[in-house]
Ligand binder design. Structure first.
Ligand code: UDP
Ligand code: MG
Length: 334
């Protein structure tokens, strides 16, 4: 029997867990008819979840509400449920890594706790996994309830990111995916503390397959990624206390450069209209300010990387486990 682990990172999800568990429980006892599109040919198949050993691995990412109590209570009722609790909030990326470290299955499925990732897509993922794919990722056709600005910003962020790097990051593809043991092994080998999972999934390669779905809206509570948090995520924000001064020089550089540029245009137009007042002076100021700005910008960019090196050389573990309540050593899923 093949074993599957569902990795579910949870941060303040007390309102969603019971419902999620009920859905997972129902899911695990069902069998699903699948109509898959295999290169233009539609294939019918059936996935019976009873034929798989399941492990529901919840990662409590330092929740401040009753999440951990509810998880332990669910674990009491159902031994398929395992709970890893982190010592504080390490962020979803690191919580997922913890999940992958503790996952025992032959494949793992990562899904959100807020019921935004539809469970009934999972059988199709399993179908493709059985066909030999290592990374079956869910692609959102709709993004659920989200503000317009957020959609636009996130699309332009991906466009910018892809322009800057060789490895393309797929837009509208999130963490909802099935990963074969090989892919998990590859991902858990990368122990950097500042993780950007969407990049890592692409980086590891392997056989990838897309499965499309409609993303629902959050069931309960609110998104933990507020607008401000997303902006910070995008430019890696002034999150780290010690690298903040480096970031300031970047920002100052951009501002000074922009101001100098505006001044340059102003001087240019003024000279054209009124003629030159003091010879050479305006040009000089413009050049000095502009170059000064550019230098600050360059320094800032170098600073960003030095900051990252600084953080990684500390060699800290990406997360600390407070408790693990699940399978014993050597014990099998199922
Ligand atoms: N999450 C987490 N740690 C965090 C933030 C979020 O484990 O610091 C979990 C959260 O409980 C949920 C998933 O990551 O299961 C996605 O979070 P959220 O719904 O807030 O993100 P969105 O759906 O808005 O991308
Ligand atoms: Mg969500």
């Amino acid at each position: 029997m093949k074993n599957l682990t569902l990795i579910i990172p949870c941060y303040n999800e007390e309102g969603n867990l019971h419902k999620l568990y009920d859905e997972l429980n129902g899911f695990s006892r069902n069998s699903y008819e699948i109509v898959a599109d295999d290169g233009g040919v539609s294939v019918n198949s059936c996935i019976n979840m009873n034929e798989y050993g399941l492990e529901f691995l919840f990662v409590n990412d330092g929740s401040k509400d009753r999440t951990i109590d509810i998880l332990n209570e669910i674990r009491q009722r159902d031994s398929r449920v395992s709970v890893v609790s982190l010592s504080r909030n390490f962020g979803k990326e690191n919580a997922m890594l913890a999940g992958m470290d503790y996952a025992r299955g032959d494949a793992a499925i990562i899904m959100d706790a807020d019921l935004q990732d539809p469970i009934d897509v999972i059988p199709e993922m399993i179908y493709w996994w059985e066909k030999g794919y290592d990374d079956v990722y869910g692609k959102r056709l709709s993004r659920g309830e989200e503000s317009r600005i957020r959609k636009v910003l996130s699309m332009s962020f991906y466009r910018m990111l892809n322009r800057m790097s060789d490895i393309d990051i797929l837009p509208n593809v999130g963490d909802f995916r099935l990963l074969d043991r090989r892919a998990i092994r590859a991902l858990t080998q990368m122990r950097e503390t500042q993780r950007y999972m969407k990049g890592l999934y692409c980086w590891i390669g392997f056989n990838k397959k897309e499965v499309t779905f409609d993303r629902g809206s959050r069931e309960n509570g609110r998104s933990n990624y507020k607008m401000s948090k997303l902006v910070n995520l995008a430019i890696e924000g002034i999150t780290s206390y010690t690298t903040a001064p480096l970031r300031i020089s970047t920002v100052a550089g951009i501002i000074v450069s922009l101001l100098a540029f505006a001044y340059l245009i102003f001087m240019f137009v003024k000279t054209l209209v009124f003629g030159e007042v003091v010879t050479g002076f305006p040009t000089l100021i413009c050049v000095i300010l502009f170059l000064g700005g550019m230098q600050l910008l360059a320094l800032g960019i170098i600073g960003e990387y030095v900051g990252r090196i600084f953080n990684e050389t500390k060699g800290r573990p990406p997360y600390i486990v407070d408790s693990y309540n699940g399978l014993d050593d050597g014990e099998d899923v199922g």
